[in-house]
Design a protein around this ligand. Structure first.
Ligand SMILES: [Ca+2]
Length: 347
């Protein structure tokens, strides 16, 4: 190889690898109700080179929509990312009253820490409309990461069902196939708007479901908190203070650490090998006396077809059910926490 061709070769490799790296960045929209673990999830996403955050859309949940929007703006401002559109969305769940969760998140949703006023301004567009617009702008490239109740996503797919075929993926934090965190069966995001969740799970796409059961086995403990506490930087400091509040509150409630619900959903998009997934059929219960908001998982993908024969039923085959969910069964908690701390520490 001559010197000139060697230089050309090296330049080609550099250019190719740079543009390849950019092309591989995953475009994501985070639909969020910030929220302590939402804040950690958003800052994880903003500090992950694998992701390009195209927008934050805000949904009522942990706090009301107004407070959530203020929190989201303060978080992008903290990260110096006023280029990211932040839009408000639904004002309330589709069919029920709003349940907020100040107990777990503090009165302002961010562990009662006063963040500096935001330098960023809210985008005037309605969150669900912004989702539709971006999915059409980047067909087959956007991954939706809803980490709150599914109200905004339900409104978006109801208004424009074509987005279910145009997104690259949808990875939610919500549901559980082994017990809830609000009651015996329901997880808070699904419980917060079961009708919306039902619309989203039956919309015709495959929902990757990172549930509370796995989040509760993916804990930030005192050890990880100490690693953050030894770091410096404005984002590091805010995450540390939020994490301290959340770890202490969790310990007070009998946990050995804080469940990393929302950050785990973001991490699954960054590195899917952090979790084990299994395709299933999932229905959302909206009517049960004890089970409203449960994500009911059919692990076999079929139901018995029972046909009445005189005074009894006989099984005459099986009715196949669409595999509409890729359910997270387990996580590599320690590897996840290493990733989380390494992305936040010193920022
Ligand atoms: Ca959330």
């Amino acid at each position: 190889m001559t010197r000139l061709s060697l230089v050309t070769f090296v330049l080609t490799v550099l250019v190719t690898s740079t543009s390849y790296g950019q092309a591989e960045k995953r475009r994501v929209i985070i639909d969020t109700d910030p929220g302590t673990d939402d804040a950690m999830a958003i800052l994880l996403a903003l500090n992950s080179p694998e992701l390009k955050v195209e927008a934050l859309t805000v949904v009522p949940g942990n706090v009301n929509g107004e407070q959530g929007l203020e929190n989201a703006l303060k978080l992008v401002s903290l990260a110096g990312r006023c280029d990211i559109p932040v839009a408000g969305g639904a004002k309330r769940p589709l069919m029920q009253k709003l349940y907020t969760a100040q107990y777990w998140h503090g009165k302002n949703g961010l562990a009662d820490i006063e963040l500096p006023a935001s330098k960023c301004k809210a985008d005037a567009r309605f969150g669900p409309d912004l989702i539709i617009e971006l999915v059409h702008q980047y067909p087959h490239e956007i991954t939706l990461i809803p980490v709150g109740p599914l109200t905004n996503i339900a409104l978006a797919v109801s208004k424009d069902p074509s987005i279910t075929k145009l997104v690259r993926d949808i990875v939610i934090m919500g549901g559980s196939i082994s017990g809830g965190n609000v009651n015996g069966v329901a997880e808070a995001n699904i419980f917060g708007d079961p009708e919306a969740a039902r619309i989203v799970f039956s919309a015709g796409w495959v929902v990757t479901m990172v549930g509370s059961d796995v989040g509760e086995r993916t804990l930030m403990t005192r050890k990880h908190l100490a690693e953050l506490e030894s770091g410096v930087g404005p984002q590091n400091d805010v995450v540390t203070r939020i994490a301290r509040f959340y770890v202490e509150r969790s310990e007070k409630n009998g946990w050995s650490g804080a469940a990393m619900y929302d950050p785990l959903a973001v991490a699954v998009v960054v590195d899917p090998t952090l979790v084990t997934l299994k395709d299933m059929h999932v229905d959302v219960e909206t009517r049960g006396e004890f089970t409203r908001g449960e994500t009911v998982a059919n692990r076999r993908g079929s139901n018995e077809r029972n046909v009445l024969h005189g005074d009894h039923y006989e099984i005459e085959g099986y009715d196949q059910l669409p595999l509409n969910a890729r359910v997270c069964l387990a996580s590599d908690a320690e590897r996840f926490m290493k990733l989380f701390v390494s992305r936040i520490r010193g920022k």
